[in-house]
Design a protein around this ligand. Structure first.
Ligand code: NAD
Length: 265
């Protein structure tokens, strides 16, 4: 993969997909900055990579904190070449039951965080740089009890397209990736629901869940010169799951409750 070395900022880089991406980009010679709500984990991950990698704490929904982060990186490292936003949370619940606070928390981190990442990246990237937003299979495939997450991720896909148009005059490319089910701390809860991950895999033509590296490889490609003519794209990384259907989480949880009640009786 051809690429010149660059300063790369990975928001949400201390865990899961972001961490796999950080390792791949550092391995090819990028100066990786790991920014995460969990500042201690960001520092520990940066130490694992070794200098010149650095870790910072940032709340992706806080405009002033994001501005300070990017100003600090610009001052310390010069112009930035790539920004990847991997920060994400999910608060499931059917629309009838989801609290406004859970809706807002999900949309804030997943969509407003992506907006602020693009906004601050646009100020701080060198011309010809690139941005990758991590959307989701759920940005194009609905899941029961996932209204906030699905809506936010669909928004991220459109945000990437608008940003690609707006930043193209400076040669800045903006792309999105849509991971399917990947084993990370974010999806640990799903593994506790009997049959849920199995059902996901049954609905995945390639017959397995993803790894953080599956996603990181494509993000590394999108932030390299090899993707120099790609912008406004959304890449499905899900073993083909977008061709099938998403598991019904509520039904699985109901089945689990029925089974445990039956066993108790
Ligand atoms: N794991 C999956 O199956 C999957 C599927 C599709 C999309 N995604 C998306 O991929 C991205 C990475 O998810 P992951 O699975 O690696 O999860 P993860 O929980 O392992 O990593 C997410 C990271 O984001 C950080 N973060 C959370 N809220 C933040 C905030 N407000 N400000 C700054 N950092 C914050 C967390 O501390 C964590 O280090 C997310 O956007 C997620 O929605 C994941």
């Amino acid at each position: 993969m051809s690429t010149s070395t660059q300063v790369a900022v990975i928001i949400g880089g201390a865990s899961g997909i972001g961490w796999a991406t950080a390792q791949l980009m550092a391995d090819r010679g990028d100066t990786v900055i790991i920014a995460d709500l969990d500042g201690a984990a960001a520092n520990a991950r940066a130490a694992e990579l070794g200098a010149p990698a650095t870790g910072y704490r940032v709340q992706v929904t806080d405009e002033i904190a994001m501005r300070t982060l990017f100003d600090t990186i610009n001052a310390e490292y010069g112009p930035i070449g790539a920004v990847v936003d991997c920060a994400g949370i999910s608060r499931p619940g059917t629309i009838a039951e989801l609290s406004l606070a859970d809706w807002q928390a999900t949309v804030d981190v997943c969509l407003t965080g992506a907006f602020l990442s693009v906004k601050e990246a646009a100020r701080s990237l060198r011309d010809g740089g690139s941005i990758v937003l991590v959307a989701s299979l759920n940005g194009r495939q609905p899941g029961v009890a996932m209204s906030a997450y699905c809506s936010a991720k669909a928004g991220v896909l459109m945000l990437a397209e608008v940003a690609a148009m707006e930043l193209a005059p400076r040669g800045i490319r903006v792309n999105a990736v849509n991971p399917g089910f990947v084993h990370t701390p974010l999806t640990q809860g799903a593994t506790l629901v009997p049959g849920l991950v199995d059902e996901y895999v049954e609905n995945t033509p390639l017959g397995r869940a993803g790894t953080p590296e599956d996603i990181g490889q494509t993000i590394a490609f999108l932030t390299s010169d090899a993707a120099g003519w790609m912008t406004g794209a959304a890449i499905d990384l899900n073993g083909g799951a977008h061709t099938m259907r998403y598991p019904n989480i509520v039904q699985r949880i109901a089945d689990m409750t029925t089974t445990s009640t039956t066993n108790e009786g």
